[in-house]
Design a protein around this ligand. Structure first.
Ligand SMILES: C[S@@+](CC[C@H](N)C(=O)[O-])C[C@H]1O[C@@H](n2cnc3c(N)ncnc32)[C@H](O)[C@@H]1O
Length: 266
């Protein structure tokens, strides 16, 4: 049966209600999110934006990543949007309780498929998605979302996408199979991209596009080496095992991660 966007939104709404103020509202793999945030921070720094620049975190969930970026760059203005009103309620609550923030973050309920209207035509210097477009059940919706995000980017603005791809998932699963480990399936609410589909959707909307396999070593260590170790020892993998922390600091090699960063310039 095909997944429906409302069922997927309900999944995220329920997750928000179960995790009002802990760190796992949007993912169990919190070290992966740290690696994503660090890689995005490095990219934003490299863009050399001027003070007052505007950045939008599309599909911000409970706003954890938005708040982290807003603290790292207090000279920029951040907007976080998500279609789950429970996620946005958590985001506002956690922002209001966070004494380190300098008043540079706002949150709004908005669907990535309705951004221009929801944002009243506002344009942003940088748009970011972190594992968001993979929650759209149809390729046509994912393609529309990429173009709609291009439309909210300012002239010469950037879109930094951290999304999942089938070829990286297959590479990782091939390594697992070689070691006698079971395949990791794509979860019911996700649709991973083919690299070419992403490229085609971005073509014309952006003048340049770069794929970065920043999580390859991370996946190699956590989903292959550590999984094998757990199999040998007869234990269940734990997301807070020290190896996750070590994996986060490794330089990246190969294409063994479903997750990639795609940096696009308008
Ligand atoms: C995997 S979570 C990631 C959240 C956040 N970016 C992070 O990395 O912590 C995906 C988020 O995307 C949101 N989302 C999924 N589809 C969306 C859509 N069509 N419009 C807006 N938000 C969406 C979900 O509600 C959820 O909060």
């Amino acid at each position: 049966m095909k997944n429906n966007i409302n069922e997927i939104r309900e999944y995220w709404d329920n997750r928000a209600k179960e995790h009002i103020s802990d760190l796992q509202g949007t993912t169990n793999d919190v070290y992966l999110r740290e690696l994503e945030i660090k890689t995005i921070e490095d990219k934003i720094r490299a863009l050399g934006l001027s003070a007052g620049a505007s950045l939008i975190d599309v599909g911000c969930g409970d706003g954890y990543s938005t708040r982290r970026l807003a603290k790292a760059f207090p000279e920029f203005n951040f907007t976080g949007v998500d279609y789950s009103d429970s996620m946005i309620a958590n985001a506002c609550k956690q922002r209001d309780e966070d004494a380190e923030l300098k008043g540079n973050v706002e949150f709004k309920v908005a669907n990535v498929l309705d951004l221009a209207d929801a944002l009243g035509g506002a344009k942003f210097d940088v748009a970011i998605t972190m594992r968001v477009l993979i929650n759209l059940p149809e390729l046509s919706q994912q393609q529309t979302a990429i173009r709609d995000i291009a439309n909210i980017c300012a002239h010469d603005g950037h879109y930094i996408a951290v999304e999942n791809f089938m070829d990286g998932q297959s590479n990782m699963n091939e390594l697992r199979e070689g070691l006698g480990l079971p395949e990791i399936p794509v979860r019911w609410h996700n649709r991973f991209f083919e690299k070419d589909d992403f490229r085609k959707a971005a073509d014309g909307a952006f003048k340049s596009l770069e794929f970065i396999d920043f999580a390859s070593s991370y996946y190699y260590v956590t989903r292959v080496v550590y999984s094998k170790l757990c199999q040998i020892q007869g234990t269940e993998p734990l997301y807070d095992h020290d190896l996750y922390r070590v994996a986060m600091d490794l330089p990246y090699q190969g294409e063994f991660s479903p997750i990639r960063m795609v940096v696009m310039e308008k």
